[in-house]
Design a protein. Sequence first.
Length: 171
Amino acid sequence: MPNILTKAENFSGRIIGITVEGINQTPATYALTTGNALVASGTHHVSFIGPPSGAVEIEVQINYDAGSSNQILKLGLSDHTSLLSNSLDAYLIQQVYEAARAVNDMNVIHKWVVTGLTAGGTYKWYLTAYTNTTTGTPTLQWGGDSVSENPVFIMKATALPAAVTDFAIYS
């Protein structure tokens, strides 16, 4: 059977960009609002060069404390530090968690698949986050320099294979 992957498509699976914040650092927090704002830290982004397939998976890890009430957490991607200038599609803002009473502190890992990128193009995408209510002071948390603190913030881009019938389907 002939190899269905071309040389350019063998790029898939590689991490093409990563940002990690909070390794052996003082724990940090960001109080969420009800507006789709950027995370306070300027390092909550990932930069990468578009892979030959034009498709990437963006993954983020961050701790979420829903506070003292039931809050919904929405995460999104923005290509600009001002959301008024964001040109990414609205579907990249997604509800990722709804807290239940007494279940309000968790490590969130969320992924997006984005297609239609320009191979060789340079991208820098920021994490956005907001909640449905600020009751109980819901926050994002990351980092730690002693025992039992928060996980580090991680945001990475991984190259995906080109859409090939039955082997890589993006619908």
